[in-house]
Write a protein that binds this ligand. Structure first.
Ligand SMILES: Cc1cc2nc3c(=O)[nH]c(=O)nc-3n(C[C@H](O)[C@H](O)[C@H](O)COP(=O)(O)O)c2cc1C
Length: 363
């Protein structure tokens, strides 16, 4: 049996100790620097016997123990195994953005403070220092009072000012017409631009770096009038919904959103994923990862404003169970990965959207 070093790893010093992290498995270990020689050796697939010969100046027992520990830590992988294939998929699909792109994987599936923790416990989880100032003023500068802008009757400004994050929803269903309006306005293709060497590129209501449009959206329809409960992929080019085989249950909305109970009442979730290769193909440095994240923000704001304008109650959340969602969507979580979730429901009778007391500490 041959072993191969995981490609998804980096090493760093912390308080005088060497730490090795596998960013795909999100496991980090303290190690003796000699472990780096063993890991280096296994970058060419080899057997344990090969390693015993290579490191013959050490006792076979100590070499074998170190290798077994590295296997246990998933820093050495069985050559050709499922774990090895997943590791290689990161290398092949994220190559140009590594190692910096390891951040994406290291920050997936983070634990969230449960929403029902007593407020005292939530406060204990915060730093003991006071919160930083909310606003910046630059001393020694002269400032000018600006003319006030009245919102007036302009529906654009009225919509902007009316948008709030909702955490309570009315009991009924939203119509397929409104869901379609949200999808088409936010993620639908508005037209195409001819971009010489890059060919014909789609544009949408939100800007996209290089018009690469890396973001896909999936609809989790829970209470949509005229649509069966299910998970659908929005086919932006054709403005169609393709139904996925995933089984849907009523707890899914809350469990996708890191068990935030208030989103269980939502009628539909709009799950944004990124196909990183679209952006990476043109922008080969890791800074372009930021572009992808920024774009989800643009899309989400468009979504929230559209929902507000059509009388629905929107929300967005980055507190997600990434791997759970990716499994339900049938995506690998590497070449395509979940980034952000928006949702809607009907406006609750006594909407207290502006009341933050319901906010969990996950946000
Ligand atoms: C990136 C992002 C992540 C958020 N995640 C959550 C979340 O996990 N749970 C939640 O209840 N609200 C979440 N929110 C909503 C914020 O709590 C909310 O925008 C903020 O309190 C301001 O209120 P407003 O949206 O009504 O203006 C998130 C907002 C943003 C922009």
């Amino acid at each position: 049996m041959k072993f191969n070093s995981a490609s998804c790893q980096f090493a760093y010093w912390n308080g005088g100790r060497l730490r090795i992290a596998n960013y795909l498995t999100r496991r980090t270990f303290s190690a003796n620097p000699i472990a780096l020689d063993v890991i280096g050796f296994f970058f060419t697939p080899a057997t344990i016997e090969d390693a015993l010969v290579e490191f013959r100046c050490y006792s076979p027992k100590s070499v074998a123990t170190a290798i077994l520990e590295l296997i246990d830590a998933q820093l050495l992988l069985e050559y050709g195994s499922a774990d090895w294939k997943r590791d290689r998929l990161v290398k092949s699909s994220w190559g140009p953005w590594l190692p910096e792109g390891g951040f994406h994987f290291m920050t997936k599936d983070t634990p969230y403070i449960p929403w029902d923790w007593p407020i005292r416990e939530k406060i204990k989880a915060l730093p003991p220092t006071p919160a930083p100032a909310q606003f910046k003023t630059i001393r020694g500068t002269h400032s000018i009072r600006l003319p006030l802008h009245e919102i007036g009757t302009d529906t654009f400004y009225k919509t902007l000012h009316a948008r709030r994050t909702h955490r309570e929803f009315g009991k009924g269903a939203v119509s397929l017409q409104k869901v379609s309006q949200l999808l088409q306005t936010t993620w639908g293709v508005q037209g195409y631009i001819e971009a010489n060497v890059f060919g014909r590129l789609p544009y949408k209501t939100s800007p996209s770096g290089g018009a690469r449009q890396p973001i896909e959206v999936y609809l989790l329809a829970l209470r949509v009038d005229g649509l069966n409960r299910g998970i659908y992929h929005y086919q932006a080019r054709d403005n169609r919904l393709a139904r996925l085989p995933a089984k849907v249950d009523s707890r899914m909305a809350a469990s996708f959103c890191a068990d935030q109970p208030y989103f269980a009442g939502a009628a539909a979730l709009f799950i944004m994923t990124a196909v990183f290769a679209r952006t990476m193909w043109k922008y080969g440095t890791a800074r372009a990862y930021r572009i992808v994240l920024l774009e989800t923000g643009h899309l989400c704001q468009t979504f929230c404003l559209t929902a507000t304008r059509i009388g629905l109650a929107p929300f967005s959340t980055a507190a997600l169970k990434d791997s759970l969602i990716e499994k339900a969507l049938g995506i690998d979580g590497i070449s395509e990965s979940v980034l952000y979730v928006a949702g809607v429901g009907l406006v609750a009778d006594h909407s207290n959207a502006a009341n933050l007391s319901a906010t969990g500490s996950a946000s």
